[in-house]
Ligand binder design. Structure first.
Ligand SMILES: C[S@@+](CC[C@H](N)C(=O)[O-])C[C@H]1O[C@@H](n2cnc3c(N)ncnc32)[C@H](O)[C@@H]1O
Length: 280
């Protein structure tokens, strides 16, 4: 089979399945199966696929037809201009989470050696982006999921940041409660209500880890606990910075009412997406 035919037949299969941005996904999966870049795929229509390449492509298209996100098929997602390894054990990093990184960088600008802990690190995207941008920071990254921590460690290695980030398994901040001098507690916690499960996009609900998505019937279970525990590990004047869901600003203002300097950052759609609050 030539590359041109592979692209057409893959596109046809995805079109029939009605999955995602079709032509783009067929091209992306072909790039993955051949280990080639986009330019090669579109400039070599007559290239004959080898048998292993054709089998790899067929398997990738089949997974996509079943609704698996392309990132779990290729094993990669870009975040903050960095390539991250992903697997179904971790949330696929989202562009809106870059606002959380931006917020922390802005607040950390005047600090010499900020001490930062990223709670629920998943792929490690937030902790590693911060470690890269803040070479003098001391960065810790924790998760309750050992499988997620394995992926985060692999990402640290591929970015040569394994000496910069200390990974640790912890239920929220339990492993850090004997400390009280962090400048930042940073987190993109699970914040979707379990009652919204059925309305959620099937691609997210059926493939991404529920531990990363859902936080009790209200969606605030993890945020509420984190807000209470963060006070214990932050130094006076330290910051709690969290990604929040659409429509959660009012509740967050209430939860953070005893903190000083509470601020929100909007995402590109104008939705308050990051809550940051300073410990008294
Ligand atoms: C929304 S994901 C965020 C992943 C990553 N930081 C990102 O932004 O892409 C939430 C993460 O919190 C972790 N998590 C859930 N409950 C936790 C808990 N009680 N303690 C620590 N981590 C938890 C999940 O395993 C998941 O990796």
């Amino acid at each position: 089979m030539q590359l041109r035919e592979a692209l057409t037949s893959g596109t046809d299969r995805l079109t029939r399945a009605g999955t995602g941005d079709l032509r783009k996904d067929a091209g992306l999966l072909l790039m993955f199966a051949l280990g080639r870049d986009r330019a090669y795929i579109f400039s070599h229509p007559e290239y004959p696929l080898t048998e292993p390449e054709a089998a790899r492509y067929d398997e990738a298209i089949s997974k996509r037809v079943q609704g698996m996100p392309p990132q779990y098929i290729t094993g990669h997602q870009e975040f903050w201009g960095m390539d991250f390894i992903v697997s179904p054990s971790v949330l696929i990093p989202r562009p809106e989470t870059e606002h959380l990184v931006e917020t922390v960088l802005e607040l950390a600008r005047s600090m010499e050696h900020p001490r930062i802990v990223d709670v629920g690190t998943g792929s490690g995207c937030i902790a590693l982006a911060l470690a890269k941008e803040l070479p003098r920071a001391e960065v810790y990254a924790s998760d309750i999921s050992p499988e997620a921590l394995d992926i985060a460690r692999a990402n640290a290695k591929q970015h040569s940041l394994e000496q910069r980030v200390i990974f640790c398994r912890s239920d929220l901040l339990e492993a850090f409660l004997q400390e009280n001098d962090f400048d930042f507690v940073v987190s993109n916690p699970p914040y979707i209500s379990e009652l919204e499960k059925e309305q959620l996009q099937a691609e997210v609900r059926d493939f991404e880890p529920h531990l990363a998505l859902f936080a009790g019937p209200s969606g605030y279970d993890v945020i509420e606990k984190l807000t209470k525990k963060a006070i214990a590990v932050l130094k006076p004047g330290g910051w709690l910075a969290m990604e929040i869901g659409a429509g959660q600003e009012t509740k967050l203002r209430q939860l953070l009412s005893s903190w000083r300097q509470v601020q929100f950052t909007n995402d590109l759609r104008g939705i308050p997406r990051v809550a940051a609050a300073r410990r008294v």
